[in-house]
Design a protein around this ligand. Structure first.
Ligand code: FMN
Length: 218
């Protein structure tokens, strides 16, 4: 499909048929995420495809018991990998780009280039910022394969809650199940499946394009 038509056709789907997504299609969707651009190629992310029913139930609980997380055939857990900004890891990426040790040292002293200089919260925000591109890529690749999706952002985590104490148990349970390390935060999920209602048209409720799109100035 033409890309703009594909973008028009994509919509959030929350009710799915009981039908398996072929492994090769899941692989393609994950590959689209892997190929997404990121800040200086930092790639501060991990994508975990989950099809196990027990794990999906846990993920649904993490997302305030949203039913489509449990009912989707697959859920891609999008993890903000804050460890990707560590000097060794990020330094290695910059070296691969051909930067010298001196150049890399300079980068690590400039706030606009190196988020950890601005603290943990900013680093997490930067990781999440990168994830959004990969998520868009994966959703569009899914649509191209006739697989519907929904982004799940209402997740108990350090971004959505002032204090995660109340949700500590479920956060730990999910982190253990997915084998996440310190510094790896579940930022978003994508539910994937085949729409129960094939006839349903997209209902693009958007602000007026004239109110948000401009040339030269507002
Ligand atoms: C960052 C983000 C978080 C979202 N979180 C949820 C969510 O937790 N649950 C849900 O059902 N939909 C969620 N959505 C889907 C939006 O409600 C949906 O994209 C929006 O209403 C526009 O509709 P459309 O996707 O059909 O065009 C989220 C979307 C984005 C971009």
């Amino acid at each position: 499909m033409d890309l703009l038509n594909l973008i028009e056709a994509r919509k959030s789907v929350r009710k799915y048929e009981d039908k398996k997504i072929p492994k090769e299609d899941l692989d393609k969707i994950l590959r689209a995420g892997w190929l997404a651009p990121s800040w200086m190629n930092s790639q501060p992310w991990k994508f975990i495809a989950v099809q196990n029913n027990e794990t999906k139930a846990m993920l649904s609980e993490l997302a305030g018991f949203q039913p489509h997380v449990k009912n989707a055939d697959a859920v891609i857990v999008c993890v903000a990998d804050n460890n990707a900004w560590n000097r060794e890891v990020f330094g290695e990426v910059l070296k691969k780009r051909g930067m010298t040790d001196d150049g890399i040292d300079k980068i690590f002293k400039i706030e606009t280039f190196y988020p950890p200089l601005l603290g943990q919260k900013t680093t997490l925000l930067r990781s999440v910022e990168q994830l959004t591109y990969a998520i868009s890529y994966m959703m569009l690749e899914a649509k191209e394969l006739n697989i519907d999706s929904c982004i799940i952002g209402a997740i108990a985590n350090e971004i959505t809650l002032k204090n995660t104490d109340d949700k500590k148990q479920i956060i730990e349970k999910v982190n253990n199940t997915l084998n996440l390390k310190d510094g790896e935060v579940i930022a978003t999920m994508i539910t994937l499946g085949y729409s129960e209602n094939k006839e349903e048209k997209t209902n693009k409720q958007r602000k007026n394009i004239e109110d948000i799109v401009f040339y030269e100035k507002c």
